[in-house]
Design a protein around this ligand. Sequence first.
Ligand code: PAF
Length: 291
Amino acid sequence: MIQDPPSHSAHRPITALVRTKDELRQRRTAMDGTVAAVLTMGALHDGHLALVLRARELADHVILTDFVNPLQFGPGEDLEAYPRTLEADLALVDGLVDVVFAPSIPEMYPAYPPMVSVTAGHAGTILEGAARPGHFDGVVTVVAKLLQLTAPHVSVFGRKDAQQLAIIQRLVADLDLPVRIEPVEIQREPTGLARSSRNAYLSPAGREQALVLSRTIAAALAAAPSVGGIRAALAAAVQRAEIDWDYAHALDPTSLEPVGPEHRGEVLVALAGTIEGTRLLDAAVAVATAP
Ligand code: PAF
């Protein structure tokens, strides 16, 4: 269980639920000191709580956004089925964040779809983007809007969605957004399964099967620092085909391109597979130093 932070943020804010951009702007303007933003689509779990606790360590005030962004769902994806649990979300972060911003779709997008949007470029078309065309364009568009609205000094993002993290770092760099992006380690269940809102869709047998992902991560990390070793561990897992793999790659964490055997430095191990119709991700960063 995640503990309350020791932190300089001994103050327990009274959490306000804010539904409109105008009220958010007013509350943001009234905040003295530094602000951290935690952007979520709700259905909060302990993984999000870790983001909130990290945000509290980093800033005087925390704004959490809770918005299921339709723009990042493709046709036939689970937009309607996506869990919406605002009351439980509020209870989970009550007293830990200053503001929960939970706008309606028309509040976020008075014209839908918006005429002007942001595109994620090539990095948005590979890996998850290949399976979910347009997904990352929707992500970067809403993230740009939410960063604009919350105007934070820092925003925290989980490492599990490694491609999302890399693309958001590029969004901030390429558009000169005045915010620091702080990666937060993956939160795992005691079994090793990476925490995700989508785990809720799995049966007990599916959760057991999903452990292949974290075991493959462990095998790849055990094979570091050799890139060849990491790739061999990934290839062996895919060959065993215990789940329906989409990919298991060793990548450059910034460009998201596959690394060659000569690569030295950080290697992003990125996995995606489908279990019981649910797409699951896992990721880790290894450091390659040896042939
Ligand atoms: O990671 C998520 O939950 C979403 O993609 C994000 C960053 C909140 C944008 O909707």
